[in-house]
Design a binder for this molecule. Structure first.
Ligand code: IMP
Length: 180
């Protein structure tokens, strides 16, 4: 690829690998929720491309709602300070809620989010994250459906950004944080 940004180190996951795994996740979720209706909560912005592909691979009826949460600002590490910038439009009490996340790194954002959503009394509450960095969080971060477990490297593409860049890349790349 000519003109590749110097911070992009190497592709970690290709388009084909992502496509295949998302299809498999769709099948797992379809099986787990057979006969039920899903209320999907997507965390923006990072989750938007994953969500778009995932919902087309799920064969149970679903509705979608969005939250915007800030945890990083322009840096690359979670601060532990999580703010809801945009809340869900609709109540989730009594619903089977599936939170769709791009990546669980320290797990701070997800823990905060789950505590917050629990108070709204959903019938069930599960998480599907495309990526997880198990080396960075405790095993008790409850992720029911995981796309890929990856090493502790900063990654971009397929919705994930570094300072709002690279979301549009179809692959997932590791990044040299010193060259951003
Ligand atoms: P956590 O609170 O540390 O788990 O971070 C969660 C959020 O940080 C994710 O939803 C992403 O928006 C962002 N994040 C964590 N790791 C990465 C990464 O490697 N690339 C891009 N964004 C990341």
């Amino acid at each position: 690829m000519s003109g590749r940004h110097p911070a992009l180190r190497a592709p970690l996951l290709t388009e084909a690998q992502i496509r295949e795994r998302v299809a498999a996740l769709g099948r797992e979720i379809t099986e787990a929720y057979a006969g039920r209706e899903l209320t999907i909560t997507c965390v923006l912005k990072g989750g938007f491309i994953f969500l778009a592909d995932l919902v087309r691979a799920i064969e149970v009826p679903c509705t979608m709602d969005f939250m915007v949460i800030s945890s990083y600002g322009m840096g690359t590490r979670s601060s532990g300070v999580v703010r809801i910038l945009k809340d869900l439009d609709a109540p989730i009490d009594g619903k089977d809620v599936l939170v769709v996340e791009d990546i669980v790194d320290s797990g701070l954002t997800l823990s905060y989010l789950l505590r917050n959503l629990e108070t709204r009394r959903p019938a069930s509450l599960e998480v599907c994250s495309l990526l997880s960095k198990p080396g960075r969080h405790d095993n008790d971060v409850p992720i029911r459906f995981v796309g890929f477990e990856i090493p502790d490297d900063f990654v971009v593409g397929y919705g994930l950004d570094a300072g709002e860049r690279f979301r549009e890349l179809p692959e997932i790349w590791t990044v040299d944080e010193t060259r951003l």
